[in-house]
Design a protein around this ligand. Structure first.
Ligand SMILES: [Zn+2]
Length: 285
C-alpha cells in the first residue's frame, strides 16, 4: 500500500477519473514516479502516436524519459490526392513524423516499412518487434488496443496484437527468435503496457500542461489534416473533455502490468494461492 503522502503526490500529477459504469477503484501507481523510464511507442501509421498519446509523450520527455517510436507502416495509402504515388506519400509522412518527434522530444523513430493497410500480426512482424524490444529495452510499451470492440482500422488491430504477443512471452524467452542472441541482443521483459483506443480505459494521464505541445506535434502532419485549423482541433479536444466531464485535458489508456514491481512485492503479502506463482506470470485485467 502506498503511503498517504505518495498517494497525494500521484494524484496531484495525474488525474484518475471515475469511469462510467465502474466503481471508483484505487488509483493505479503513476508510471515513472520513482524516476524517468524508457518507453517505446509502437503504432501503425504516422500521426497515430500524436493523436493517441502526444501529450503523454511530451510530458514524459519533459520529465526526462527516453522515448522511442516504432512505426509499422509509413502511411502510404493515407490520401485522397490522385497525384501522390505511395512512395511520395510515405516519404512525406515520414518527414512529418520526424518533425512531430522533434517537437515532442522523442529520441528516435524507427520505420519498419510495411505496406499501409496490409499489416498482419504474423511471426515475421512479431519478430521485428521482439528484436527492437531486445535492442532498446523499454520499461513501458504504448500501443493500440488490438482487441478493441467495434469499428477499428485493421492495421491498429494488427500492431496491437503483434506488440502484445511480442511482449508475452516471445521477448522474454531466448528460444524465440534465437538469432537475436547471436547478434548480442539478450532476452528481456517488458512489465508495463499502455493500450490506446481502448473501450475500457483505467489509466489516465493529465496532459493539461502539454496540450499546446501536442497540438504543435499534431499539426506537423499537414498531409492528414485536410482543412482543419489548429484552432478547430483545439476546440474539438476541449469539447471532447467537457462531454466526458473532465475538468482537465487527459489521455486515457488501459494499463496492463505483466509483473508486479519488486517494491510492491516486498510491501504486500500475496494471497496464499498465488504466493508460489512465478513473478513473470501475466496479471492482465
Ligand atoms: Zn492509424
Amino acid at each position: 500500500m502506498a503511503s498517504i503522502g505518495r498517494g497525494l503526490d500521484a494524484l496531484r500529477r495525474v488525474v484518475f477519473g471515475r469511469l462510467p459504469g465502474r466503481s471508483a477503484a484505487a488509483p493505479a501507481e503513476e508510471l515513472g514516479r520513482d524516476g524517468p523510464l524508457t518507453a517505446m511507442v509502437i503504432v501503425a501509421h504516422p500521426d497515430d502516436a500524436e493523436f493517441i498519446c502526444g501529450g503523454t509523450v511530451a510530458k514524459w520527455c519533459d520529465q526526462g524519459w527516453t522515448v522511442y517510436y516504432v512505426l509499422a507502416t509509413s502511411g502510404d495509402k493515407g490520401t485522397h490526392d490522385p497525384d501522390f504515388t505511395p512512395q511520395q506519400l510515405a516519404a512525406l509522412r515520414e518527414q512529418e513524423q520526424r518533425e512531430a518527434c522533434r517537437v515532442l522530444g522523442v529520441k528516435e523513430v524507427i520505420f519498419l516499412g510495411y505496406p499501409d493497410g496490409f499489416l498482419r500480426a504474423d511471426a515475421e512482424f512479431r519478430g521485428q518487434i521482439v528484436r527492437l524490444l531486445r535492442r532498446y529495452r523499454p520499461d513501458v510499451v504504448l500501443t493500440w488496443d488490438g482487441f478493441r470492440q467495434g469499428f477499428n482500422h485493421s492495421d491498429h488491430r494488427a500492431v496491437g496484437i503483434a506488440a502484445r504477443d511480442a511482449i508475452y512471452p516471445a521477448v522474454r524467452d531466448h528460444l524465440y527468435y534465437p538469432q537475436d542472441k547471436d547478434d548480442g541482443l539478450d532476452a528481456m521483459q517488458v512489465n508495463e503496457m499502455l493500450l490506446a483506443g481502448t473501450t475500457d480505459p483505467d489509466y489516465v494521464v493529465d496532459i493539461s500542461a502539454y496540450t499546446e505541445t501536442k497540438l504543435e506535434a499534431v499539426i506537423c502532419h499537414r498531409s492528414q489534416l485536410g482543412n482543419r485549423s489548429p484552432e478547430e482541433i483545439r476546440r474539438t479536444w476541449g469539447e471532447r473533455m467537457r462531454a466526458a466531464n473532465r475538468a482537465r485535458q487527459v489521455e486515457s489508456f488501459k494499463r496492463v502490468q505483466i509483473r508486479r514491481p519488486a517494491r510492491q512485492e516486498k510491501e504486500e503479502q500475496p494471497p496464499a494461492e498465488t504466493a508460489a506463482a512465478p513473478a513473470s506470470k501475466p496479471t492482465e485485467r
